[in-house]
Design a protein around this ligand. Structure first.
Ligand code: GAR
Length: 196
């Protein structure tokens, strides 16, 4: 049986695309059963629809608390019977109201090394730190999400990335994304094999 993935996104969805492509080519023995975005205009929703995958803008209701939203989100995701939930550019902290439903099954990708640049704009912040001479390398990490910590949890994979002299932010960003896409697919491949 194919491994069932629910992918949570907030934006462009290039990591989602890497997963969709790897599922289609058979590189991943998995199927994306649902794509959920907290943003209405996330381009990842278009990518999902283009791939024929169920996709939804899961909007926060007026006056809804974070716990209530996360409970509703967990109910929606549970109904998809996922083996794993992948946070592929999901830019919203998940509380235990969600996480308790999927112990050891929520996986996050973050474009920085462990304990560096948590939160948003990690790539830009690493680039700027390098410009100031503070760091010589950055990287990408993939980890389990056990709690409400931001971009923190048991590591599944890391990949270091060296800076290149005089590289533009744009070129650096696309190099980081390329590393992300490969590392994400390879890590999922490993996890899926271990599960089988
Ligand atoms: C990716 O770089 C991902 O690692 C990052 O958001 C980007 C989403 O790009 N996630 C975080 O920063 C989590 N804190 P994408 O929508 O093109 O996959």
């Amino acid at each position: 049986m194919k491994t069932r993935l629910v992918v949570l996104i907030s934006g462009n969805g290039s990591n989602l695309q890497a997963i969709l492509d790897a599922c289609k080519s058979g590189e991943l023995d998995a199927v994306v059963v649902s794509v959920i975005s907290n943003k209405a205009d996330a381009y990842g929703l278009v990518r999902a629809k283009n791939a024929g995958v169920d996709a939804i803008h899961f909007a926060k209701l007026e006056n809804e608390t974070r716990q209530e939203y996360d409970t509703r989100l967990a109910d929606y995701a549970s109904a998809c019977l996922p083996d794993f939930i992948i946070l592929a550019g999901w830019m919203r902290i998940l509380t235990f109201a969600f996480l308790n439903h999927f112990p050891n099954r929520v996986i996050n990708i973050h474009p920085a090394l462990p304990n560096t640049f948590p939160g948003t704009h990690a790539i830009e912040r690493a680039y700027e730190a390098h410009q100031r001479g503070e760091i010589t390398q950055t990287g990408v990490m993939i980890h389990l999400v056990p709690d409400e910590g931001v971009d923190d949890g048991p590591l599944l994979a890391t990949q270091e990335i060296n800076f290149i002299q005089n590289e533009s932010l744009e070129d650096f960003e696309s190099r980081v994304h390329q590393v992300e896409h490969e590392l994400l697919v390879n890590t999922l491949k490993k996890i899926i094999k271990e599960k089988q």
